[in-house]
Design a protein around this ligand. Structure first.
Ligand code: PFF
Length: 495
């Protein structure tokens, strides 16, 4: 019988990791990134980013998690007893992602229901911004509460609680085994239908039409690395935590390769579907595909409803299927965002998994209500930019310094290779995780910082400082609160 924080099988571990990786980033972000960065030519930096960063870094995060078999802050404490603070930063940052992900999940839930009747009406743009979100640019919008969004978000929190408060295998393990394969099957159906639509080839030709000249531009390499960080959930302490839940015989190198492949397969499939449908739309409306492509919430909640409006009967099949896929993809990702903080709290304060999850979920649900206000959409944008462009990239750099340098990743090679049935690690891996990766991410991080500073409004800057302060203060609180678990304090330093 598996322990309450242990996977029942290697399959549960792999599927839960794929569930975390395959999310909104694969459905709305990737197709747009591929299109706007050289089309077919983007595959070169994309594959380089997977081989040079995605796989080597995941192996590092898994390897350390597997070796320590403890929560993230405890492992950092073992590496250096004064550094516990750094160990709480990432789990808290990832929990902050959870809180805003719940809003996007809520919006999607509303669209899933609307899609049965095309309830967004003839003007999806106005419906999304004005009728549903009642968006306001002014901070006073924080006092304007939108009950429908609150209810949709709370429904999501209830589902999350239902799954997460159980023992790991009983909840997350079982759910991943059902939902992740289901996600792939539904995606195949969507793509199958989309490819048969008239005009699909117009969209695909546009998508894959390679612009080789862009290969010489730094931006498309940055875009590829940025996409892989986000899509594979790198540097978020999720891979670390999931690996610490594994039993003795996991072949982590082969698992990593399977997870990276599945993630890429899914996002490339999503791109086929998205662009076939955009091709159809372009044929119907006479608008060029280039003018239809937007990213993010615009694509999911505005362009798609617009497409479904002109799609006739197929819309009643594709619409609900599409919003269901986004919901399931978002759900399997959001479930992973609570694990690092929850496991860290259980580890330090000795609470049960069930109690910790319940408290965190209630807390998260209450705080998330800020996104059920008219100013919520703006806050979401600010928090997302801060966490993705600043906090998480810093997390990867920190992990490289602490794990690859100070702990010394070389120590992991022996046991990782011994269990690997495929690739074996060598010196090349150390060069990547010690030098190439941190240097590259540092460059991207500086670019992100400059972007935030130059392009922010004063409201955004204020919110960025507030969010950063909340992150730091929570981290200090978790660090200074006295431990309740007897074994928390008697850590022998491990170097
Ligand atoms: N990897 C997810 C995606 O591609 O959508 C995004 C994500 C998951 C971000 C989990 C953050 C996270 F903690």
């Amino acid at each position: 019988m598996a322990d309450k924080n242990e996977w029942g099988s290697n399959l549960s571990f792999i599927l839960a990791m794929i569930g975390s990786a395959v999310g909104l980033g694969n459905i709305w972000r990737y197709p747009y990134v591929l299109y706007s960065n050289g089309g077919g030519a983007f595959y070169i930096p994309y594959i380089v980013a997977i081989i040079l960063m995605g796989i080597p870094f995941l192996i590092l995060e898994y390897g350390v998690g597997y070796d320590f078999k403890s929560s993230f802050p405890k492992a950092i404490r073992k590496i250096h007893s004064n550094w516990e603070f750094l160990g709480w930063l990432l789990p808290v940052a990832v929990f902050m992602i959870m809180i805003y992900y719940s809003a996007i999940l809520g919006w999607d839930g509303i669209y899933m229901i609307l899609s049965f009747t095309k309830g967004w009406g003839a003007n999806p743009d106005a419906f999304f911004a004005t009728t549903l979100l009642q968006s306001s640019e002014s901070i006073s919008g924080l006092f304007h509460f939108i009950p429908l969004i609150a209810v949709a978000m709370l429904a999501g929190w209830v589902i999350i609680w239902f799954i997460s408060h159980r023992d790991l295998e009983e909840g997350l393990g079982k759910v991943s085994k059902v939902l992740v394969p289901a996600l792939f099957v539904i995606m195949v159906v969507i793509v199958g239908i989309s490819l048969t639509l008239p005009g699909a080839s117009i969209g695909l030709a546009e998508l894959f039409n390679p612009d080789w000249s862009l290969l010489g531009h730094f931006e498309i390499w940055m875009a590829a690395f940025g996409q892989i960080v986000f899509s594979l959930s790198l540097g978020m302490s999720i891979a670390f935590t999931y690996a610490s839940y594994t039993g003795e015989d996991a072949d982590l190198i082969t698992n990593t390769i399977s997870i990276a492949l599945a993630n890429s397969l899914f996002e490339n499939f999503a791109a086929l579907g998205v662009f076939s449908i955009l091709g159809y739309m372009s044929l119907q409306s006479g608008t060029a595909v280039a003018d239809l492509v937007t990213q993010g919430t615009g694509l999911v909640f505005v362009v798609y409803p617009t497409v479904f409006n002109v799609l006739g009967q197929w819309a009643y099949v594709l619409g609900p299927l599409f919003f269901l896929t986004v919901y399931l993809a978002g759900l399997t990702s959001i479930l992973s965002t609570i694990e690092p903080l929850s496991f860290s709290i259980q580890n330090k304060f000795g609470h049960s998994r069930s109690k910790t999850m319940t408290i965190l979920i209630i807390f998260g649900a209450v705080v998330s209500m800020i996104y059920a206000t008219s100013y919520g959409g703006s806050v979401l944008g600010y928090v997302d930019t801060f966490i993705n462009q600043i906090a998480l990239l810093l997390g990867i750099i920190l992990e490289c310094i602490i794990f690859a340098w100070i702990f010394n990743a070389e120590k992991l090679i022996g046991f990782l290779n011994a269990r690997s049935k495929t690739i074996k690690l060598g010196k090349w891996w150390l060069v990547i995780v010690k030098f190439i990766l941190p240097i590259f991410i540092a460059v991207v991080w500086i670019g992100g910082m400059i972007d935030v500073i130059n392009n922010s409004t004063s409201d955004q800057l204020i919110f960025t400082v507030i969010v950063a302060a909340i992150l730091l203060i929570s981290t200090v609180i978790f660090t200074v609160l006295p431990a309740k678990s007897p074994d928390w304090d008697d850590v022998e330093e491990r170097l």
